[in-house]
Ligand binder design. Structure first.
Ligand code: AMP
Length: 563
């Protein structure tokens, strides 16, 4: 298949806001594709060259891409940069560069879906010395054979931002429609199979070759992470019980730990670890891997739990932020494991000795989990929990209080009678956390967004007041919670206050006061206040407040101490 045909469908998808039309366009392309082409088209429609469970980072930054565009077209770097800044999209800048290129390629070969896909997949393999130059050369070669539209989408794919508004749901519906009969049952089967495998090519192939029953029969594959079951929230234990209970049977109350959710796959001596976003973190957590290898009495299994860091000196829990640096760490991993050792609190067992437990009740899964864990071992242990009668919530309340007193995040309430639902928020488990009081903060800096929010200051830096130094101290940055209208109004309010512009970054006079909510306050070297709001959300603009009313650093410190 010619790459130009795929690009034409990208253009049509981009031109419509209707999800139905987008689905119909994807479906029309899939319908004519061979099985081999499906393997390439399905990731490419999502702007990737790997199925979702693989990392797929091509290692090509915008700087490298810029060099590749220069090399392919002979257009100067400053010219391309100007177009990039003006359009907010390096893909469009590439299209313009190809249009205006100094060197007309004499012997351009036509790009095929296969040649683009293979070239990009090869990038995944490039490592070590000279690999950057090889990446630039490979991308430049594609671009020198590309027409302007092809160049636009090659660049966006390379950068991992295809920006045509195709979500997983669109791909699911298109597969259900072209490979099966498009019924609700077919769509559900495709979704289930995807949540289990994270591999649309595999799902489409199975659907085409054998149909719905075989999609339902797909099994957990060791070392291929499945999507995790998600939690809803409840305001308190009483509401939580009402929402989660489906019978008079016992419920489970369990500590909610503040760490990193981890899915652990074990097959003999080989153990691999994945985050909830399906990233593999085996290398970053050799201590966890060793613990599973040594202390889980099963030849093969898939476990789920939360890893929590602690201070080896004091035994105190470490903030999530410190643990998250272990995930990003690529060097000195052993040292990191010593600085921030972890405990694994397991809360589910999804398969054992080749047998899937997804359809079993949580009660049974937990009993099986207990049977493979060493009761003496504390660095890998079951999450702290109690089974209780919903008519008498006292044990759940007590556990919640204990969890908070021990420095954990809150409580989970779980229905013990239900199966595991990969990738779904189905109300089988609920989280309860104390909410923090909102803060009034002032905007000091901003960054213009790309994509749908282009032209808007979609990222705002927030500060509290330090009356002693008569200065503002930053406590985090905000990018969610506002509607498009609210964001447009905020941008209008901030633009007249801009004092400095650097690319998409701006500094503003601190005058716009916002009320924000957040999950917690962490100590942080990133901001000059020494603190960071975790997951801040916009609540409203406080035009009724002046900067003198902005919350003080002292108050942030007090809230930090109290949590
Ligand atoms: P949230 O991230 O606020 O949506 O809360 C859900 C997350 O809590 C899960 O994804 C887990 O990472 C984490 N968690 C901590 N303790 C537990 C537990 N006992 N059971 C399930 N999830 C837990």
């Amino acid at each position: 298949m010619q790459y130009a045909d795929l690009v034409e469908s990208y253009r049509r998808i981009d031109a419509t806001a209707s999800t139905d039309e987008k689905t119909a366009i994807v479906a029309s392309v899939l319908e004519d594709a061979t099985i081999d082409e499906l393997e390439m088209l399905l990731p490419l429609f999502r702007g990737k060259v790997t199925p979702a469970y693989e990392q797929g980072d091509l290692g090509v930054s915008s700087t490298l891409t810029l060099e590749a565009i220069c090399k392919a077209t002979g257009v100067s770097e400053p010219e391309i940069e100007t177009a990039w800044r003006e359009t907010g999209d390096l893909g469009t800048a590439a299209a313009e560069a190809v249009e205006n290129q100094a060197q007309q390629t004499l012997f351009a070969t036509e790009l095929t879906v296969e040649s683009v896909f293979e070239t990009l997949r090869d990038l995944l393999e490039y490592e070590g010395e000279g690999s950057q130059q090889r990446r630039i050369d490979a991308v430049a070669k594609l671009l020198s054979n590309a027409d302007p539209e092809e160049a636009r989408y090659v660049v966006r794919t390379v950068l991992g931002h295809l920006r045509i508004g195709i979500g997983e749901g669109t791909i699911r519906d298109a597969i259900a429609r072209t490979e099966l009969d498009g019924s609700d049952e077919a769509t559900d089967a495709v979704e289930y199979a995807y949540q289990l495998t994270n591999d649309y090519p595999l799902v489409a192939r199975t659907a085409r070759e054998t149909g719905v029953d075989d999609l339902r029969a797909l099994e957990i594959d060791l070392f291929r992470p499945l999507q995790v079951m998600l939690a809803d929230s409840a305001a308190n234990v009483e509401d939580g019980i009402e929402a989660v209970a489906t019978s008079d049977g016992s419920l489970l109350a369990e500590y909610k730990y503040d760490g990193v959710r981890i899915q652990l796959h074990k097959d003999g001596d080989e153990v691999r670890a994945f985050t909830r976003r399906l990233e593999e973190v085996t290398e970053q957590f050799p201590d966890v891997v060793e613990n599973v290898r040594m202390h889980v009495a099963a030849d093969s299994c898939v476990l789920e739990g939360e890893i929590v860091g602690y201070d080896p000196g004091t035994g105190d829990l470490t903030p999530f932020q410190e643990l998250s640096t272990r995930i990003k760490r690529k060097h000195d991993i052993e040292a990191a494991a010593e600085e921030t050792p972890v405990i694994v609190y397991l809360f589910d067992l999804l398969s054992i000795e080749g047998e899937s437990l997804l359809e079993r009740s949580l009660d049974e899964r937990l009993a099986r989990l207990d049977s493979v864990l060493d009761p003496e071992e504390w660095a890998i242990e079951p999450a702290q929990h109690v089974r209780f009668d919903p008519a008498d919530p006292e044990p759940a309340r007590k556990l919640y209080a204990d969890a908070l007193a021990a420095g954990h995040e809150g409580l989970m309430l779980k229905n013990l009678e239900v199966p595991y639902q990969p990738g779904r928020r189905v109300g089988y488990m609920l989280k309860i956390k104390p909410t923090m009081e909102p803060l009034d903060v002032v905007v000091t800096r901003g960054k213009y967004s790309e994509g749908r929010r282009k032209g808007k200051l979609g990222r705002l830096y927030l500060a509290c007041r330090d009356p002693e130094a008569d200065e503002f101290r930053e406590v985090g940055r905000l990018a969610t919670g506002y509607t498009d209208e609210q964001l447009a109004a905020l941008t209008d309010a901030l633009e007249p206050l801009i004092t400095e512009t650097d690319g998409r970054d701006v500094t503003v006079r601190p005058e716009v006061v916002l009320e924000v909510e957040y999950e917690e306050i962490q100590s942080s070297p990133t901001y000059d206040s020494g603190y960071a709001l975790r997951f801040p959300r916009f609540v409203r603009r406080r035009e009724d407040l002046s900067v003198a009313d902005v919350d003080t650093l002292e108050r942030v410190e007090t809230l930090f101490e109290q949590q």
